[in-house]
Design a protein around this ligand. Sequence first.
Ligand SMILES: Cc1cc2nc3c(=O)[nH]c(=O)nc-3n(C[C@H](O)[C@H](O)[C@H](O)COP(=O)(O)OP(=O)(O)OC[C@H]3O[C@@H](n4cnc5c(N)ncnc54)[C@H](O)[C@@H]3O)c2cc1C
Length: 416
Amino acid sequence: MTKENFDVAVVGAGMVGVCSAMWLQRSGKRVVILDKNAPGTGTSYGNAGTYAPFGCVPLNSPQLVKSLPKLLFSKSSPLSVDWAYAATHLPWMLAFLKNCAPEKVEHITAALANILAHVDAGFDPLIDAAGARDLVVANGAIYAFSTKAAYEKALPGIAARERHGVAVKVLDEGPIREMEPALRMPIHKAMYFSEARHVLDPKGLIERLVKQFLSDGGSWRQREVSGVTPLEDIVEIHCQGADDLEAGQVVVAAGAHSKSIRGSGAETLPLDCERGYHIVFRGEQDRLSRVVGWQEHGFNATPMGAGLRLAGTVELAGLKKPLNPQRIDYLTDKAHQMFSGLGEPEEEWLGHRPTLPDSLPVISRSARSDRVLLAFGHHHIGLTLGGITGRIIADLAEGRVPNFDISAYAAERFQR
Ligand SMILES: Cc1cc2nc3c(=O)[nH]c(=O)nc-3n(C[C@H](O)[C@H](O)[C@H](O)COP(=O)(O)OP(=O)(O)OC[C@H]3O[C@@H](n4cnc5c(N)ncnc54)[C@H](O)[C@@H]3O)c2cc1C
């Protein structure tokens, strides 16, 4: 029996995979998207919806190392570590900490700023093509500090953003309370990012993009991909419980699960996950007019279409453990400090940010084969970077040189 055959198969229907599929289609390819679940139901479902061209300051930092004892042992911390998991994943933990050295942080910041400078060129054409402007609100974002100490710790990050041309303004308490009168927590100062936007429904956005992709002739198959075999002129794609497919090229965009695509080269890379949580208060979205981050506590509150979503925090505990109710309690407690009169959240969610220890994505050819392209590791900013990642992937698939330097995102940096 002849196998189904496409120019390109994209594994993963999250923000990164779907945007890649659309950009590949735009360069004339016959593309299929494969996902074991419905589009937009992975990590891309539950993020804070912040389109963050300002997001060049990584979690890795000398300040993080200094704050670690407090972050790890405080009962109320935005960071939580499963020690049994950490003990079995020490190389990743140590590599992450090594990337907190000042010269590494400067390299990461510059490399993130470099790609973030191009995000609109990756995102806006797709949003327009899908008629999804109504799902994107351009009203900036406020990242607030309750204490002087927290603000002062953020000063190197503010300076780095300014050095890299990010529009950031520091606001005092008065203007912040005027802009967002519902906030009840103590406020010392805030960063205001005028170029930030937010998405009213991250899953709904992906569904619109997929609808457009399909109506432009793209294909979708619900498949769990177990591995790929790159051959001389084709890549075989192996699916659990279904026939294999063939494609000229394959894009691995399975987010935090990308290592499970055997034979792609992804399995050799130090990909892990930063778990993050969200809660939703339905019908409470009118309390804010833009994204408000609470910096000390590591989350954003976003007024979405269906409610007020608080999303963020970091838990290092891998892909397999179930949702940790203590992390939900933490977010709920902070929600009640941030706003008065909120009830109990109606939705609780755990997601897995795909993260490399240097907080840079992998967007490159695989060392295994030129026919395999890798697009994962977008950690805290995958909603923002999905569009431009897709554009780079389409360039690589076509043999075009992208219009900016992408060497910092090469998989081979881990082989050097
Ligand atoms: C709490 C939280 C808040 C966040 N807030 C923001 C934010 O405000 N702004 C921002 O820019 N980013 C944010 N992020 C990050 C962002 O959500 C992620 O970086 C992004 O969703 C990653 O997209 P992805 O397409 O790589 O992965 P995913 O969305 O996880 O998609 C991967 C897909 O691959 C599929 N898959 C996996 N294995 C297989 C297989 N073997 N076969 C077939 N399919 C497979 C999965 O089913 C899934 O659909 C946040 C993340 C979290 C957790």
